[in-house]
Design a protein around this ligand. Structure first.
Ligand code: RIB
Length: 304
């Protein structure tokens, strides 16, 4: 079976529930504080590994206790961490998350996530990447390294998945190296200037992203589902799967993307992978935290 290779962030998430956002200079009481493994890249790797697909992580953490915990957790989820560096003198990435009324507000400290350069990542990809593997990356690592990695992976014949999160405008010459871009509403607006709100605006956003050079496009619309267009040019809408309850949406988008990548490795169509992503994300939102909330194949009802 081909594998999923993720180049991305690993963060320790410090997450708390607040009744509302405090005003400037105000202190309010929160509840449900937790410290748990996160980072968009590592969350996507966990989702892919828990869905039974061989998954390799390329990343960096600090030589501190958070870094050790993150690597141990990712290995326990089944991902290969032999290309995760533990760097002296640089802290592990941290995300401070305030959960209010079902929404998250996140402040990042990138730390070691910005330490890897193209000279680190590209040789790693050349060493382990094989044609038909799926390469996944996001926007929480050094942008130059991320672009170089996409270019190298594409050149090696890997299927490249780009999740431009957090949203930041991408250089025009990045898009032709992207086989599938998966993005939410705000990321979509930043990338192509269209806020996807209905079928017409989704189609317009997809048209613009493909005009930039992206292959397939998937736009996630939260509780409204997801809209996709594969290389065959066929638009697909997949409704969100019903969650038992919504406890914490952290990592739901990452779960969806990990499932898209895993579905591709398993030879599913884009539509079937989107359905898989929707089912897995519905489980993630029903539980607290990021990686600790991401389901296994069995929990999503998928036979391996
Ligand atoms: O997408 C959710 C993730 O974003 C969190 O786990 C946090 O670490 C930030 O990277």
């Amino acid at each position: 079976m081909p594998k999923v290779i993720v180049f991305g962030s690993m963060n320790m998430d410090l997450s708390i529930d607040a009744p509302r956002m405090p005003a400037a200079g105000e202190t309010i009481s929160g509840s449900g504080f937790l410290t748990n493994a996160g980072g968009k890249g590592a969350n996507q790797a966990v989702a892919s590994a828990r869905l039974g697909v061989p998954t390799h992580m390329i990343a960096a953490v600090g030589a501190d206790s958070f870094g050790g915990e993150l690597v141990a957790g990712l290995e326990a989820a089944g991902a290969d961490c032999s290309l995760v560096r533990r760097l002296e003198g640089v802290p592990t990435g941290v995300a401070v998350i305030v959960r209010t009324e079902g929404e998250n507000r996140i402040v990042l400290s990138a730390g070691a996530n910005h330490a890897l350069s193209a000279d680190d990542v590209v040789p790693d990809l050349r060493r382990i990447g094989e044609k038909d593997d799926v390469f996944v990356t996001q926007g929480e690592c050094d942008p130059t390294a991320t672009k170089a990695a996409l270019r190298a992976a594409h050149g090696l014949g890997l299927y490249t998945v780009f999740n431009p999160a957090p949203a930041r405008p991408a250089p025009n010459d990045l898009w032709p190296c992207v086989d599938l871009v998966c993005l939410n509403e705000t990321e979509c607006q930043t990338m192509c200037g269209v806020l996807p709100e209905d079928a017409r605006t989704c189609e317009e956003a997809v048209r613009r992203l493909r005009a930039l050079g992206a292959g397939a496009v998937v736009i996630t619309l939260g509780a409204a589902g997801s809209f996709g267009l594969g290389e065959d040019g066929r638009p697909t809408f997949v409704p969100a799967a019903r969650a038992e309850r919504v406890v914490d949406t952290t990592g739901a988008g990452d779960t969806y993307i990990g499932a898209l990548a895993a579905g591709r490795v398993r030879g599913l169509t884009l539509e079937a992978s989107m359905r898989w992503g929707a089912a897995a994300a519905a489980v993630t939102v029903s539980r607290l935290g990021a990686q600790q909330a991401i389901p296994t194949a069995g929990e999503v009802g998928v036979a391996l």
